[in-house]
Every structure is written in structure tokens, then in C-alpha cells.
Design a binder for this molecule. Structure first.
Ligand code: FRU
Length: 521
């Protein structure tokens, strides 16, 4: 009896002990989840590294059910340093899982930007036909070489993974492309060239693009170059990308070439230009004479697109910062975020090709509290104030047939972020100089950022704004014209003021302000 009593008591004590411990553990986990990625200015629905410095997106590729996001990463500090490739994976490009660092610097140098491919035909021999290798192609930056004043310190290397990106083996024959003395020689983007049945690499060389071919990702030969006399040349060319898109509503196909440039962007510092043209399998040509820009805000740089996307969509992610002040922004644990992933498409408007970039439809799944939109009228020379209930974790969306007014987002601290749409002048502007902290760099605030909108159509258009703690992304007419900027307000914006300075009444339709779910739970 005693024995039974003792053992039952002991048993129930043990059960209670275990369940209490479990409860404690649950509380612990919950606590850490609640605080996870909640630091001041931490984006809630954009990708950020858990800690430390991040810049360019690298190796964007889909393979075996996951989208990979590698990125320029320095695990030692929140400023740029010896570059590694950080790594994250996602099933939808919206919610990310952090993975261990993929590529570490080695005797050839730091690991600068580049791309990744799935070697489906096992051209490299790294994998097999049944289990193709994931191959990363990147730039080696040899710091000693640079410091010694040499000009051949950037070369190209490759590495492969046989377990879908979890572990990497550097190719023993690295570098696969040496350097004949070109100081800025980097950022290889590789894709399968269907016309020639060969791998094609885009590589920037200071003020122009080089195109190289390879049968096996190991042996490369230069086949052409482009751009010494094309486009903007205010700074070095970086992070190229090139792909084919159908012109909306037609059967016409054109090639799009993306080139990031730093400095020399239209509103200062870093920016990404694009060229629309043709690619015959070896050479890119264009009739474009003017410079065109993916984004007129100051914080969308080094953006490139995914290889191997099953739907065939062209999906773009950019680094949401600018070399003018990237190292100085007021975050403590980590630095920088990526833009929201965007689908690219091509339109021909008024005889001119325009590259459209608009949030992936998967982002819509994060948007909560959708309520019926409000219609209202902005009377001549008047203001209309609305509340922003979800602060800087929100989507503001509405339609208008007369985009000729300003929008000011404000908080109780007196910070204000100003946007003006001026269809009459075919332009828009954004001004963040009063939107919170700006003093960390004299190059941050500047004044008005201008955006031309030469082909905004007549009729109703959509205006969509994503606010995420320390960023604003403005999409005019579903991504025809886009501005992306960082902002560091002292607290979240709580008020939105529309101002109509015209003589006429302006209608605003379907206005809603929605909560965007955090991606970190
Ligand atoms: C662009 C860039 C690339 C380079 C990398 C280094 O932001 O300058 O050209 O590979 O960053 O981190």
C-alpha cells in the first residue's frame, strides 16, 4: 500500500514537475518570440538579417521547393567588412528562415556579390543528372591586393552545394576568371542561354558590361561588351542582370538589362538603371538613348532577379539602402533590409518601354484587416486628415482619377514625411528631411526627391504605399513609377493628411489603411 502510495505520489509529482517545466519553457519561448526582431526601426515584413551588416542580395535562385536568398554579409560588425554570403530560405519569398552562413572568405579573398544556378544538365560534373548541383558564382575580392595598390584584385570563383544550399564546397580550380588589370571587375550574373545552349555570364568592368560564355561553369570566354557609351556613367557599374520579358498585351519580346550604379542615381548616390533592347545570344544592343531607372527613391540598390522560378515570373529583390549613408543609419543590432520582393513586367507606353515593378501577390497574403474602402472628396484648397491606425506596419491604398495632391504622414513627435503627386507636371516627389532622424549623415535627408511620370495614363489609377517601421515604398499605378526610401521617425506615423491645392474637387476612392502581418512569428 505504502509502496503504491509512494510510487503514485512520486509519479504525479514527476508529471507535475514535467508539465510545470514544459509550461515554463513555453513561457520562455513565447517571451523570446514576442521580443524577436522588435528592436527600434526593425522592419516587420521585410527581410533583415538577425544581426550585423547586410548589403546586396546574392544568388537568388529557386531549387527543390525553396527560394534562396543569399546576401552580402559581415558577421563581425554592423558596418561593411570582410564579405561572406549570408543565407535564408523561403517557400513564398515573404516569410524567411535564417540559415547558417553559406560562403566564407578564403585565401583568394572576400566573397563579393554574384549569382547561383541549378546545373540541371550536370555540365560542371559537380552533381549528377538525378541530383543536380546548386552552383554559386561570385567575385573574390583580395584585400591585400587592393591595399598594395594593384588593380587585379577582383577575380571570379565558383562553389557548389549538393544538399540544396546547406553546405558548400569551393571549386579547387578557383578563380575561374582571372584579372588582366581591371580595378572594378565583379558581380557575375549567370543564366542558362537557351539560344546557344551554353551558360552566359554578365560581368561589370568599371564603366561597362562584359558578356562571357561557358559550357561547364568552369571555363569561360568573353564574347562581347556593352555600354561604354550608353546610359548613366556617374559612377562604377555594379550588379548586372539580364532577362527576356514579353511586352504587355503584345507578342513582342524584349531583353531587359539592369545595371546598378554608384554614385550617379537621379536623386543621389546609388541607383539601378535599366536598358531595353535585344540579345542575339552573344551581344546586347539597344536603341534606347535616355537613362531609365527602376526606382526613383534613394534606397533600392544592387537589385537582381531570381533564376529558375517555376512560374516563369521575373522576381526582383533590391537592397534597401544607399552607399551614401548605408554605414550610418541609426539601427544597433543589424543594418539594412531588402525591398519587398517585386514582380517585373514590361509595358510600351506612348512609344516608350517601361519596366514595371510591383509587390509579389504573396505580399497580399500578409495584408490583414481589409475593410471596405472609403470614398471621399478633397475639396478645392483644402485638407483631409485620416488616422493611420496600424502605424508603420501598414499598407495605404486607394484610387484616384486626378493624382494632383500631396500626402503627409505625421506622428505626435512632429515628424512628417511628404509625398506629392503631380500628374499635371508629370512628376511626383518625396521629401524625408523632416521625417525623423536625419543627422546621422549629411547625405541622408537632402531635399525633394523627384520622380518623372511621363506616361501616367488618364483615368483611375491605384496608389499603394507600404510602411514598414523604417521604410516607405510608393507604387504609382501598380508599379509604373516607384519610390523606395528609408525613414527613421521618432515614433510611428499616426496621421495621414491629404492636401488639394487645386481649384477643383478631387475624388479619392476605396481608401483603406491595412495592417501588414509581421513575418517573424
Ligand atoms: C554593390 C557592391 C558590389 C560588390 C559588393 C561588395 O553594393 O559594391 O559591387 O560586389 O557591393 O559588398
Amino acid at each position: 500500500m505504502l509502496k503504491i502510495f509512494t510510487s503514485t505520489t512520486f509519479f504525479s509529482f514527476l508529471m507535475c514537475f514535467i508539465s510545470c517545466k514544459e509550461k515554463e519553457a513555453k513561457v520562455e519561448v513565447k517571451k523570446s518570440i514576442t521580443n524577436y526582431c522588435m528592436e527600434e526601426y526593425r522592419p516587420q515584413f521585410h527581410f533583415t538579417p538577425e544581426e550585423k551588416w547586410m548589403n546586396d542580395p546574392n544568388g537568388l535562385v529557386y531549387h527543390d521547393g525553396v527560394y534562396h536568398l543569399f546576401y552580402q554579409y559581415y558577421p563581425g560588425d554592423i558596418v561593411w567588412g570582410p564579405m561572406h554570403w549570408g543565407h535564408a530560405i523561403s517557400k513564398d519569398m515573404v516569410r524567411w528562415e535564417h540559415k547558417p552562413i553559406a560562403l566564407f572568405p578564403d585565401e583568394n579573398g572576400f566573397i563579393f556579390s554574384g549569382s547561383a544556378v541549378v546545373d540541371i544538365n550536370n555540365t560542371s560534373g559537380f552533381g549528377s543528372d538525378e541530383a543536380p548541383a546548386l552552383v554559386a558564382i561570385f567575385t573574390y575580392h583580395n584585400m591585400e591586393g587592393e591595399q598594395a595598390g594593384r588593380s587585379d584584385f577582383q577575380t571570379q570563383g565558383i562553389a557548389y552545394s549538393l544538399d540544396n544550399g546547406d553546405s558548400w564546397i569551393k571549386y579547387e580550380g578557383n578563380p575561374v576568371i582571372g584579372n588582366d588589370g581591371i580595378k572594378d571587375f565583379r558581380d557575375p550574373k549567370v543564366f542558362w542561354n537557351e539560344k546557344e545552349n551554353i551558360w552566359t555570364m554578365l560581368l561589370v568592368a568599371g564603366d561597362h558590361l562584359q558578356i562571357w560564355d561557358s559550357p561547364n561553369l568552369k571555363e569561360w570566354e568573353q564574347v562581347s561588351e556593352f555600354g561604354k557609351d550608353n546610359g548613366a556613367h556617374g559612377g562604377v557599374w555594379e550588379c548586372p542582370d539580364m532577362f527576356k520579358l514579353k511586352v504587355a498585351g503584345t507578342d513582342e519580346e524584349k531583353w531587359v538589362l539592369l545595371i546598378s550604379i554608384n554614385p550617379g542615381a537621379p536623386n543621389g548616390g546609388s541607383g539601378t538603371q535599366y536598358f531595353i533592347g535585344d540579345f542575339d545570344g552573344k551581344t546586347f544592343t539597344t536603341e534606347q538613348t535616355e537613362s531609365k531607372w527602376v526606382d526613383y527613391g534613394r534606397d533600392n540598390y544592387a537589385g537582381v532577379t531570381y533564376n529558375n522560378v517555376p512560374s516563369g515570373d521575373r522576381i526582383f529583390i533590391g537592397w534597401m539602402s544607399n552607399w551614401d549613408y548605408a554605414r550610418d543609419t541609426p539601427t544597433k543590432k543589424w543594418r539594412s533590409a531588402m525591398t519587398i520582393p517585386r514582380k517585373l513586367s514590361l509595358e510600351k507606353n506612348d512609344g516608350s518601354y517601361e519596366l514595371i515593378n510591383y509587390p509579389l501577390h504573396q505580399v497580399d497574403g500578409l495584408v490583414k484587416n481589409k475593410v471596405a474602402g472609403k470614398d471621399f472628396v478633397l475639396h478645392p484648397h483644402s485638407e483631409k486628415k485620416l488616422l493611420i491606425e496600424h502605424g508603420n506596419q501598414s499598407e495605404l491604398i486607394f484610387k484616384t482619377a486626378d493624382p494632383n495632391f500631396s500626402l503627409t504622414m505625421a506622428n505626435i513627435q512632429g515628424d512628417s514625411l511628404f509625398v506629392r503627386l503631380n500628374k499635371a507636371d508629370k512628376s511626383a516627389l518625396m521629401n524625408r528631411s523632416k521625417a525623423g532622424k536625419t543627422g546621422f549623415s549629411e547625405k541622408f535627408a537632402l531635399g525633394n526627391q523627384q520622380m518623372p511620370m511621363p506616361n501616367l495614363p488618364d483615368g483611375e489609377i491605384e496608389i499603394r504605399i507600404l510602411l514598414d517601421k523604417s521604410s516607405i515604398e510608393l507604387f504609382v499605378n501598380k508599379g509604373q513609377y516607384v519610390m523606395t526610401n528609408q525613414v527613421f521617425p521618432k515614433s510611428d506615423f499616426t496621421e495621414l493628411v491629404f492636401k488639394n491645392n487645386t481649384e477643383r474637387a478631387i475624388g479619392v476612392m476605396d481608401f483603406t489603411e491595412n495592417l501588414v502581418e509581421r513575418i517573424w512569428e
